[in-house]
Design a protein around this ligand. Structure first.
Ligand code: SAH
Length: 231
């Protein structure tokens, strides 16, 4: 897509999205950009009736939600997972943008809210996106049916690490990775999660820090690995 304002019918949000993608070295094809456009339209329309994104963020969806979700794309491109689960996905973040960017990846989006999963089903039906499973279920009930099935787990703005780790780690295969999208000062949260990390045979590998354009707060993404063998 042509990113120069003068020569194309690219709207402001698309222009800012394309700039953002470029600054994080994320490449998307025309067809993928069209899917993001569709997602944008539907989010704006449905957000009038159900609370998918905050009012404040609704004016800069392309950065606060799309680009933010996509920050781990370069890392996923290196690791090439075939399966991803997003727990507490809400309006699809970060799992759905990741699926749009990496279409080969089988993606499961989970949320306890029926309204939010209805929105996601609507989008999937309209775009005929293959390889997406939407589950309207509480994460606590997932381990029974989906234990050890995923190579990657993601969660953003769902719960504290101490609560998330027992929900996410059982879903991962040995050697799998949980990317926890967080912000702020995490020291206390990380300290508090240490016993539960050990209990679930996992360790915190690294914390990535990102600065999104126009957004004050830093985004931190914790990379938590499930050990291949129980140590
Ligand atoms: N990840 C999205 C939504 C965050 S809001 C984003 O970053 O925009 C938190 C979401 O998690 C809500 O949609 C809520 O319904 C869901 N949620 C909270 N606890 C849950 C649980 N135990 N199981 C499934 N979904 C849960």
């Amino acid at each position: 897509m042509d990113v120069s304002r003068e020569t194309s019918a690219v709207s402001d949000w698309q222009y800012s999205f394309l700039e953002g993608l470029r600054s994080f070295n994320i490449e998307l094809e025309e067809e993928q950009l069209r899917q993001f456009q569709h997602y944008h339209q539907l989010l704006v329309a449905w957000n009038r009736r159900i609370n998918l994104v905050s009012r404040k963020d609704a004016t800069r969806l392309e950065i606060a939600h799309f680009l933010d979700s996509l920050l781990i794309v370069p890392e996923l491109q290196r690791r090439r997972p075939q399966t991803l689960i997003d727990v507490g996905t809400g309006g699809g973040f970060p799992g759905l943008p990741l699926k749009l960017a990496l279409p080969e990846m089988n993606t499961t989006l989970v949320d306890a809210s029926r309204k939010k999963t209805l929105f996601l089903r609507h989008f999937i039906r309209e775009t005929q996106l293959a390889g997406v499973t939407i589950l309207n279920i509480r994460a606590e009930a997932l381990a029974q049916s989906h234990a050890g099935q995923f190579q990657v787990g993601v969660a953003r703005a769902v719960a504290a690490l101490e609560t998330l780790i027992p929900l996410m780690l059982p879903l991962l295969r040995p050697g799998g990775i949980f990317f926890a999208y967080k912000g702020g000062d995490l020291k206390n949260e990380i300290d508090a999660s240490k016993p539960v990390l050990a209990q679930y045979h996992a360790s915190l590998e690294t914390v990535h820090t990102f600065k999104l354009p126009g957004i004050q707060k830093e985004r931190k993404i914790l990379v938590i690995c499930k050990h291949s063998e129980e140590k």
